[in-house]
Design a protein around this ligand. Structure first.
Ligand code: 5GP
Ligand code: ZN
Length: 118
């Protein structure tokens, strides 16, 4: 599975750290963010470790497409029928804290969000 030692998200994939799962298949995992910044806030990650979007190449094209296409489906299932926001933080200036590629999906009433729109 190409798990990276000391990668917290690889440990979540391996079940070594618990998470509140939203969705799982052979290629990706979705789980609720531990510090939600909106009423609904979950992360979609590839099961195979990739540091960041900047480290992706053609080999990650399929899983990236699957993650993006799964986002609206899961958002809808979690009650975000009024819309949602998707974010991929990349690198230090992008505010990335966990170096295992992840797509943030945030939704719910905007008045209850803890982040401003750019
Ligand atoms: P980044 O800043 O790297 O884009 O976002 C990392 C996100 O991962 C943060 O929103 C943070 O709350 C979340 N996070 C960090 N550690 C854990 C964890 O152990 N479990 C879960 N569910 N989320 C985590
Ligand atoms: Zn990892």
């Amino acid at each position: 599975m190409n798990a990276h030692e000391n990668c917290i998200f690889c440990k979540i994939v391996a079940g070594q750290i618990p998470s509140r799962k939203v969705y799982e298949d052979a290629d990706m995992l979705a789980f609720h963010d531990i510090h939600p910044k909106a009423p609904v806030h979950f992360l979609i990650i590839p099961k195979v470790h990739v540091n960041s979007l900047a480290d992706c190449g053609p080999g990650e094209g399929d899983v990236l497409a699957k993650m993006l296409l799964k986002a609206p489906q899961l958002a809808q299932e979690l009650g975000c029928g009024n819309g949602f926001r998707t974010v991929i933080n990349t690198g230090p200036d992008g505010g990335q804290e966990v170096y295992h590629l992840h797509l943030h999906v945030m939704g719910g009433p905007r008045t209850e969000w803890k982040v401003a729109l750019p």
